[in-house]
Design a protein around this ligand. Sequence first.
Ligand code: SME
Length: 161
Amino acid sequence: MFTTQSLSGDKPQQYAGLAAQARALLAGERDRIANAANLSALVYHALPDLNWVGFYFFDGTELVVGPFQGQPACVRIPLDRGVCGAAASSGETQRVEDVEAFPGHIACDAASRSELVVPLFRDGALVGVFDLDSPVPGRFDVDDQRGLEEIARVYLESLGT
Ligand code: SME
């Protein structure tokens, strides 16, 4: 059984601890669905003030919802829509302090107030996005962004080469 360890230290140290837990959790498994499911659960329960954590996968045309924790979500997101589409099409993490001020934001859960979306690329090809929503405005700062980008790297590394 995997036991979640409590996180200590300042925020970068907490994320370093979370990344180590993520590596241990995914070690020896390459299945992208299994690893996305376990990583979503780990992050959702480890970090405060989140109402959705999960993955969208690129099917060659648009983003399709994958494993997640939280309320049921929009199934398909075109690359020119929403915060997820912006992350996937730009290749850059989208850190949105106020989702209502983001043009084209897709409200899957009306409780969401801020959002962080990390694009996932493997060998230059779009795999999907790692998406986190919070009911708290401005929930994600630069330390959160760096920490969650590292968690996304752990996920991509788990898929192998
Ligand atoms: N808000 C996202 C849609 C996905 S949900 O947050 C789970 C967006 O605007 O792309």
